[in-house]
Design a protein around this ligand. Sequence first.
Ligand code: NAD
Length: 352
Amino acid sequence: MADYKITLLKGDGIGPEIVNQAVKVLNKAAEKFGFTVEYDEALLGGCAIDATGVPLPEETVAKCKASDSVLLGAVGGPKWDNQPGSNRPEAGLLGIRGALGLFANLRPSVIFGPLKSASPIKDEIIGDDMDIMIVRELTGGIYFGQRGREDDAAWDTEKYSVAEVERIARVAFDLAMKRNKKLTSVDKANVLESSRLWRQTVIEVSKDYPEVELNHMYVDNCAMQLVRNPKQFDVIVTSNIFGDILSDEASMIAGSIGMLASASLSGGKLGLYEPIHGSAPDIAGKGIANPLATILSVAMMLRYSLAQPEAAEAIEAAVAKVLENNRTPDIYEEGMNKVTCEQMGDLVCAQL
Ligand code: NAD
């Protein structure tokens, strides 16, 4: 029996191309670090609609639940744009996150040295080692609260319980302990009651993590500080809606959408790992997609779900090294070797 069982949800558009490269890299890491991986594939998104009529078949949920981790490419595309909202490919994505109880979304914003010029922020502001981890609460808050309409008015509700804040705070403190022991909790406690409960709860949890330096920041200030002085941040923890906005802002600082990985975690080991970009229908099938965000998602999987931190570091180091001379078209710069999706995967394997 293999050490780890991974379910692959290749999805639509460039999904299959980039996942295939990431699997190649995971296999290479397994060989190098002495563990074994077994794969199972399942349908999610548009390809699932085509085959079964729904974006998230029951079989997919069952396969994911029976695995150690899930690697997802991307879903969606113009072919399914006329589906009703509840049957769109993206509904499958929300469905699988809910079905697996993934309440913590980890979005690293890292700049690889050779790609510094891709950032819209000035060199001296980014420095040499910008590395921010945004931890976003994923299953509560205003996106899931009561909403409604009455006459010409509409409302949505931001609601958090102590238990919900506690569990996301623990994920963030645990991460901070493995990084630079600095945590910024972002809220709007000067206005919102739910934020006051958020802040109070984070302070309570912090008593279990005396080594972590905790500070609090209002969300409007955080949005500004991310572009003014991003280096001040290590781990940021925040609610669903604030995290949605801030993580997109932070990803722009890194400059390139084809480079950014993400993880969504439940209380246990099971996690879902995916690039932050979509299915890029404009370049699907051309063999030119950048597979690095998916390869870096595999590194996150090795670190957070499979307890193989050395393999994770080796993959990240290999990516950094390969980027010194090689680029897919989306991150191409004069003087570099222009490579295809498959060649990029091969180069990372060779470097490993
Ligand atoms: P997108 O991220 O797919 O593409 C935006 C732009 O970035 C495109 O020009 C694309 O070619 C480029 N790009 C994205 N990833 C790339 C990569 N790895 N390498 C090279 N270039 C890359 O966003 P979009 O165009 O707004 O959405 C396309 C489809 O993807 C839609 O159906 C959308 O709903 C879906 N989507 C899915 C996810 C997901 O599966 N998690 C996330 C976002 C969007």
